[in-house]
Design a protein around this ligand. Sequence first.
Ligand SMILES: [Zn+2]
Length: 170
Amino acid sequence: MGDASDHADVGRFLRTPEGKKVLDRFTESLVGKSIAGVEYTHYSTGIGIVLSFHDRDLLDLAEAIEAFSVETLRRRYQRLLDREYGIDFPQLNANPSAAENASPVARFVCPECGASEAFCIETWQRLTYYPDGTVTEGDEGQQWDPDSSCCCESCLHEGVVGDFLPDGKP
Ligand SMILES: [Zn+2]
């Protein structure tokens, strides 16, 4: 824990406009609020601290720290960190990963927060309905295109698939 590569990845996240936006949103969620109470919870790792505000919002300090931990940043902002790594070490970035070739979703990056962890896509599927109530699926399965509605699971930013692709094309 806490080695040089962890330190470098946190630095890469912090220097990006996407990373700055994530922190700005966290700041906005707190500035101006006044603390109405403090509660303590019992975690196996220790005592948890939960702040409650006058507008009834809660802030679990352990959750907030976890959300900004290097492990979470790596999982949630993998593509963003890969991009920054490629800037630091361009000679090592020649080969796209296997996942990148497998699915266009592997290239998705949220234009709002830079996350690449999970996306909700509105899909359609062609089904064949028979009068007896039978329904069969075609071979194509679920489909979507650049105009399909898409949402970032990390920040709930909504747009269309094309907005989440670096070049706008799947
Ligand atoms: Zn997002």
